[in-house]
Design a protein around this ligand. Structure first.
Ligand code: FPP
Length: 253
């Protein structure tokens, strides 16, 4: 049977987060340079965004550029920033048409001015869309985000706007870049590495993790459906026992 047909549409994750890894290795396997891999990776971004929108996923977060990626050779960083600007410019009409709303998390001010401008325009142009929320993690790392949250909390506390005893999970969440979004239920990493690499460390507390050896430029809708099928076979217990879950959860009713 077609893998898409075998997915239970009532038990899809609301939010999928992806570490898009393996562009460089994929390019090397093709006898090409790393930047070629990033260009091909954009085709996978397009396919996966469409795939998520088609099956009704509400949030998709893509780790497109980490804080640590600034340490790559300047030519590669420049090529990635240029690719980002050109892709956003080219795809924004498609996003609009497909009812996709664009968001950005990360250290926005550290991005080149031209990137900021393009992203701001695209965010504005898609702000009224009500379908898939596409969240690009750019110049992002989880430790940066948590330290940023801590700074804002300390500033609010110093200004008398926040008391230590008021700080709980919900309050802390409000200070994160991801405040408007629910936590991901599924995190996918391509290219065979078994690491989280400073990505959504707080938000992935209860996420199911899916690792595939497929390099990002080769990861397409069918691979996404396989990940979703695997996700649907898992039992999400949130610290409870299997028996409690079987009795209480509507998804096992
Ligand atoms: C990881 O592969 C990929 C990146 C650091 C960049 C991801 C960017 C894209 C897919 C293109 C731009 C994205 C958007 C949203 C327009 P790697 O270079 O670390 O591969 P390697 O581990 O094989 O070296």
């Amino acid at each position: 049977m077609d893998i898409l047909q075998s997915l239970d549409r009532s038990r899809l994750p609301q939010h999928i987060a992806i570490i898009m890894d393996g562009n460089g290795r994929w390019a090397k396997e093709q006898g090409q340079d790393r930047v070629f891999g990033h260009h091909e990776g954009v085709l996978s971004v397009r396919d996966i965004v469409n795939g998520c929108a088609e099956i009704g996923i509400s949030y998709l977060t893509l780790y497109a550029f980490s804080t640590e990626n600034w340490n790559r050779p300047k030519e590669e960083v420049d090529a990635l920033m240029e690719l980002l600007v050109n892709t956003i410019r080219k795809e924004v009409e498609v996003l609009k048409k497909n009812n996709v709303r664009l968001h950005v998390i990360g250290d926005f001010e550290s991005l080149p001015a031209v990137c900021q401008k393009e992203l701001n325009e695209a965010k504005e142009m898609t702000a009224a869309n009500t379908g898939l929320n596409l969240i690009l993690a750019l110049s992002y790392s989880s430790r940066w985000e948590m330290i940023d949250a801590a700074k804002k909390m300390v500033a609010d506390a110093a200004a008398g706007k926040l008391k230590p005893e008021e700080v709980d999970d919900a309050v802390f969440h409000k200070y994160l870049n991801t405040a408007p979004f629910p936590d991901p239920e599924l995190m996918i990493r391509t290219s065979g590495e078994y690491r989280i690499s400073n990505f959504l460390l707080y938000q992935l507390a209860y996420a199911e993790l899916y690792f595939t050896p497929v390099h990002w430029p080769a990861f397409r809708k069918q691979n996404l459906y396989e990940a979703l099928l695997d996700y649907q076979k898992r039992e999400r217990r949130f610290g409870k026992t299997s028996e409690q879950i079987q009795t209480n959860s509507p998804q096992h009713a």
